[in-house]
Design a protein around this ligand. Sequence first.
Ligand code: BGC
Length: 494
Amino acid sequence: MGNVYNFLMAFSAAMGGLLFGYEIGVIGQVLAMDSTFGVYYGLTSLVDGKYVATDANTSRTGDITSLFLVGCLVGALAVSWMADVIGRKKSILVGGVLFTAGAVLQTFSNGFGMLIAGRIIGGAGIGILSMVAPLYIAETAPAHLRGRMVTVQQLMITIGIFVASCINAIIIKTVDGDTKWRLALGMQMVPGVVLFFLTFIMPESPRWLANRDQDAEALRTLAKLRSVSQDDPAVIAEHREIKESIEMERQIGTANWSELLKPGILNRTVYGFLNQMFQQWTGINYNMYYAPKLIERMGFNKDDADIPFTIANNFINLIGTFPGMYLIERSGRRKLFLWGALGMGISQLLTCLFANLSTNHGKGFSWAAIFAVYGFVLNFAATWGPVVWVYQSEIFPLRVRSKGTGFATMSNWGNNAIIGKVGPIMTANIEFYTYLVFGIIALTAGVYVYFFIPETMGKSLEDMDVVFGATPTTHHAAQKELEEAEVEATKAKA
Ligand code: BGC
């Protein structure tokens, strides 16, 4: 029972992930809808009862997808500063408000300019949330549950993607005219508003409070999160440990962006960036955005490709997250990274093989290719999907934490945008061999992890310096004291 409140707060912050996922799930389908959306924004025109792409189609479609991602990049950059100045909780609030405002603009848009404004503003909200929500969760969680709590964020992303595809399926089947796409976009407001209200019950991060010398509040929050009283020895020791690491960090000086390049930090900056880069280049979002097109190429009809395959894909992505949540605090981060890279690499290579065979050796291979795609998604969902976010939220010292995680998150959005842009070009030029490229990159990611990525499971945030070979910013005496206090507390309970 002790961690129920803490888990609830993690779920609240992770609503940010649900918005993130909902957006990933919704836009591809809105673009693919044979509805008045295309006509309204000059992407298609209706000729003899059929929707035909206009000359502006490619550039406008690219703008609708990529300008959103540009908004995300800007948001992720701004929040590194914002999360330090106004705090983690208020940044979540700002992210939720921007996302909702963007959704309102998109829903009621009266022209391309307004739509794009809505995309950029909504994107900024998502950029903010995708960085600050996992950071908030990591800072409020006890060390032994931190990984699992941060994975709640990934779970919410996958729920968002799944729910978006189900709601869209219903909208596609039941609604007509402009209302179809306006409703699909408008549904984004629902989780946005829910998140807005949840921020009123979320406490501020105790680590951020302690850093602002609001110590009484920090201790009170910590005690509330751990469901114990403020004079509980473990909580007092945990508070002292946080304080000591802050003091130590202050003595060394204040952080600016260039600090991410300093010895002892630079390796973490690079790992944060590369982990996100590899995560994107496993091809997960290529699958999210463009798999239906390739499934059609394998001989299935458009309706099957768009709705049931997408829903099945997103459902596997959702349930696959559970083994990841379980294993992250058992097998650790490194093993999940390694197994995942291997599993995803093999699946992508098999997809390439079967998809190629499917073109002249029959449906059996088409189905085999689809199962290989699902195998890939399952592997991703249980490993790199959650672990990358957990890892980046825990490796940086407090002083540079928001900048380090912000930089890594920008790598997520930047690489996502590149894949969004080059995905169709790859499909056009090398078709199913696109999977070969992603498969090779996934295997390379495994080699990179094997040689570089240290385990962080069970380490306190204050202890990461030791893991990454930097001068420790924490007193180990404090750590020892904390452990002793925890032992005492456990004995007392028993
Ligand atoms: C990734 C997203 C991806 C999602 C799929 C996340 O971890 O960062 O880009 O769409 O997982 O579940």
